[in-house]
Design a protein around this ligand. Structure first.
Ligand SMILES: [Zn+2]
Length: 60
């Protein structure tokens, strides 16, 4: 498995404001099945790559 680099996350901001439910910030990747935090651009870019594997940890 691959791990995200140790440098700070690249924060994103929703155009339609913060959701009332925290779960709305996540989606399940159709390729690897891992939950992706849409507020972290590193995760989103990783999961857009074809044939990728799940990240080792997204909560470090
Ligand atoms: Zn994925």
């Amino acid at each position: 498995m691959t791990k995200l680099p140790d440098f700070a996350p690249i924060p994103g901001e929703r155009h339609d404001g913060n959701p009332t439910d925290e779960r709305e910030n996540f989606y399940t990747c159709p390729t690897c099945g891992q939950l992706v935090d849409m507020r972290d651009l590193r995760q989103v870019i990783w999961h857009e790559r074809p044939m990728h594997k799940p990240l080792l940890s997204v909560v470090d």
